[in-house]
Each structure stands twice: as C-alpha cells, then as structure tokens.
Design a protein. Structure first.
Length: 243
C-alpha cells in the first residue's frame, strides 16, 4: 500500500534475494568526483555496445543500476540484469540480498530526474521516516534508461527503534541542567573546604559550571556518533545522475 512521508510517496515490501549479471565499475575518490566516474561508465557502456548486449543477454529483463559495497571512499556500481545465466567475458555476477525495501517512483529515467529523486529521498524521506538505510544495495530499475519512461528506485531499509522519552522534562535539557548543577555545587563545596576566602565557593562554582558545560558537549558528541550508525551510507546523491 502506498504511503506518504514529507510529500514523498513510497511503498514497503519484503523482497527475495536475486542474482544478477552485468558490468562493474568501482566508484572512488572525493564525493564531488564520483559523479564524473559514474557518468563516464554509463556512456562507455552505451558507446561500445555493451549496454545493448546486456539487454539481449537478459532476454528483455529490466536494466538495473545497483550501488553496493559502500566504503568510506566510495562504492561499487553495477549495470546488470536479473538472470541465472553464467557471466560472459568481462561480466560479473552480483547477488542482491533480500529484505525490506522502500520503493519510490521516478517520473522519468533521465539522469537528471533520477539524481533529483535520490536527493529528495536522502534529504527528506529518511528524515523522521522511522526507517534507516540498511547499507546493502540500492537498486534502480529501468525499462528504458535515459528516456522519459518512469523508473523505480529501491532503498534497503530497517525499522528504527523507537525510544521511550524520559519521564521528566525533555530529556537532554534535564540532563544538561543536572550535570551543570551537580558540577557547580561539587566545586563550590570543594572551594569552601580548600580555602578560607569567602569568595572561594563562588569562584569554584563558576569553574564547576564551565566543567559541566564541557561534559555536556562531550556527551552530545558521543550521542551524535551513535546516531551516525543509522544514517544512509556516505554517497553523494548527485552520483545518481549517472544512472
């Protein structure tokens, strides 16, 4: 059943694993450079006839653009078809894992349309959708790549755990206030016991506030690092204008 989140229509389905055969290109380098590599690969396949041969090899099956094996410096991109046939010379087999996928329709199969659709998905749909990117294989399904025909984009997803909010206040603010207050009073107590000056508790209290703020900043960074595990893989959405 089609659903809507942040004005983006999508469906969810559990898909079986599939076996594909096609051509592979390693997309590496800086984010800004990967788009050019992917674009050149598509043009290369089209110009030397391998794209047309792949369509014949797949007996009319849709052409798939698959991004997988995500790394810090890039990912592997396959142009392939679903088949049980053995790879021909220069081809490679790729098994696409089954599991939960979010399906998105793209109005056209042109590079610009696909790129813009992926950008919307990464920037808007994943935000508070309740789903995180699984990090396995993104699949683009083309009946006529580069045409005005629609295509489908599939993102592997996982349901995110919904944490119960704290009983009191707004969680982080309560914690931040508690940490600052605790360190302030602890330092004031320390100042009152290590010095006979009447201003010592006040001075040490100020130091305690500074320490408390620093501790809160450290805890915040740790939380952000943990949240990073649920983010989509580091992949420039503009890479997809090549697909």
């Amino acid at each position: 059943m089609e659903q809507l989140h942040n004005n983006i229509a999508y469906t969810l389905s559990d898909r079986p694993p599939i076996r594909t055969v096609g051509y592979k290109r390693a997309i590496r380098g800086k984010l800004s450079e990967r788009q050019a590599v992917a674009t050149a690969f598509w043009k290369e396949l089209e110009n030397d006839g391998r794209l047309a041969s792949l369509a014949e090899f797949g007996s009319g099956a849709p052409i798939l653009g698959v991004s997988t094996n995500f790394l810090k410096d890039g990912y592997d991109f396959f142009v392939c078809v679903e088949t049980d046939e053995e790879p021909l010379e220069g081809m490679e087999a790729l098994d696409i894992p089954g599991g939960l996928y979010a399906h998105f329709q793209c109005e056209h199969s042109t590079p610009d349309a696909v790129r813009e659709r992926w950008a919307e998905i990464y920037e808007n749909w994943f935000f508070r959708s309740g789903y995180g990117h699984l990090g396995t294989a993104e699949v683009e399904v083309y009946t006529a790549f580069g045409s005005d025909e629609p295509c489908q984009l599939r993102a592997p997803v996982k349901k995110l755990e919904v944490k119960t909010p704290p009983r009191f206040g707004t969680g982080r603010r309560v914690r931040d206030l508690f940490v600052v207050s605790l360190t302030m009073f602890a330092f004031m107590y320390l100042g009152a016991n290590v010095s006979t000056s009447s201003s010592a508790p006040l001075l040490f209290g100020v130091i305690g506030i500074i320490v408390g703020v620093a501790v809160n900043q450290y805890l915040k960074r740790r939380e952000e690092e943990k949240k990073g595990a649920n983010k989509p893989p580091e992949k420039d959405s503009t890479d997809n204008d090549a697909k």
